[in-house]
Design a protein around this ligand. Structure first.
Ligand SMILES: Nc1ncnc2c1ncn2[C@@H]1O[C@H](COP(=O)(O)OP(=O)(O)OP(=O)(O)O)[C@@H](O)[C@H]1O
Ligand SMILES: O=c1ccn([C@@H]2O[C@H](COP(=O)(O)O)[C@@H](O)[C@H]2O)c(=O)[nH]1
Length: 226
C-alpha cells in the first residue's frame, strides 16, 4: 500500500503526528500508518459471473493487485488456521464468514502487496461486511464493477469450472444464489445510490466483457485520443 510505516507506540504515549495519513490500522500496540491514499475497486456479481476471470485481465493491463476474498478464505483453511474449520463449514453452506475474519485477511494482503491499487473481488458480501470494512479501514471504493449475468448462465459456468471447489455443486450453488440476491445485491444498491456502480453485461464472451471493463478503467481523455 505505497509507503507503510510501522510505528511502535506505548499505550500511554499514543500521540502520533503524521502529515497526511489516509489509512490508519491499529494492530495490537502498533499503529500502522499508510501514508499514501489507496484506490479500491470492488467487483460484485453472482457466483460464476466471471469476476475472477476479468480481474486477471485488469491486473495485467492496469497494474492492480487482485484480492479475492474467497481465495483468501480458502488459503486460510489450507494454512491450518484456528478459523479453518469454521470457514470451511460456512463455504460448504454458501454462508457469509464473519466480517472480522475476512477484513483481517484483506487488510493483511493489502499491507503485504506493496501496491496502492486494489481490486476487491467478492467482498463486501452483505451490508454488515460493507459497514465494518469502511469503519475499520476508512476506505471507500472509487467504484463498483457489477457483473450482470443470468443464474442459468452462472450455474452452467460453475458446473464447468472444474477447480475442485467444494461449493461448486448444484445444492451449494443454489444457496449461493439465494445469499447473493438477499444479502449482496443490497450492497450494490447502496453504492448505486451513491452513483458508484458501473454495470457490465457479463453474459457476453470473455473478450467482449473485457472490452466493456476496459472502457470503465480507461480515463476519458485517453478514450478521446484513441
Ligand atoms: N464471459 C464468460 N463466458 C464464458 N465463460 C466464462 C466467462 N467468464 C468466465 N467464464 C468461466 O466461467 C467460470 C466462472 O468464472 P469466474 O471464476 O471468473 O467467476 P467468479 O465470478 O469469479 O466466480 P465465483 O464468485 O464463484 O468465484 C470459469 O470457468 C471461467 O473460465
Ligand atoms: O467476503 C466473502 C467472500 C467469500 N465468502 C465465502 O466464500 C465462498 C466462496 O466465495 P467466492 O467469491 O465464490 O470465491 C462464499 O460462498 C462464502 O461462503 C465469504 O463468506 N465472504
Amino acid at each position: 500500500m505505497g509507503t507503510v510505516v510501522e510505528t511502535p507506540v506505548k499505550e500511554a504515549d499514543a500521540t502520533v503526528t503524521v502529515k497526511k495519513p489516509t489509512v490508519v490500522f491499529v494492530l495490537g500496540k502498533h499503529f500502522v500508518l499508510a501514508l499514501s491514499s489507496v484506490f479500491v475497486v470492488i467487483l460484485s456479481g453472482g457466483p460464476g459471473s466471471g469476476k475472477g476471470t476479468q480481474c486477471a485481465n485488469i491486473v495485467e493491463h492496469f497494474g492492480y493487485t487482485h484480492l479475492s476474498a474467497g481465495d483468501l478464505l480458502r488459503a486460510e483453511i489450507k494454512s491450518g488456521s484456528e478459523n479453518g474449520t469454521m470457514i470451511q463449514n460456512m463455504i460448504k453452506e454458501g454462508k457469509i464468514v464473519p466480517s472480522e475474519v475476512t477484513i483481517k485477511l484483506l487488510q493483511k494482503a493489502m499491507e503485504e502487496s506493496g501496491n496502492d491499487k486494489f481490486l476487491i473481488d467478492g467482498f463486501p458480501r452483505n451490508e454488515e461486511n460493507r459497514a465494518a470494512f469502511e469503519a475499520v479501514t476508512k476506505i471507500e471504493p472509487e467504484f463498483v464493477l457489477f457483473f450482470d449475468c443470468s443464474e442459468e448462465e452462472m450455474e452452467r459456468r460453475i458446473l464447468n469450472r472444474n477447480q475442485g471447489r467444494e461449493d461448486d455443486n448444484v445444492e451449494t450453488i443454489r444457496k449461493r444464489f439465494k445469499v447473493f440476491l438477499e444479502s449482496s445485491l443490497p450492497v450494490v444498491q447502496y453504492y448505486e445510490a451513491k452513483g458508484k456502480v458501473r454495470k457490465i453485461d457479463a453474459a457476453k464472451p470473455v473478450a467482449e466483457v473485457f472490452d466493456a471493463v476496459k472502457a470503465v478503467f480507461t480515463p476519458k481523455d485517453e478514450k478521446a485520443a484513441a
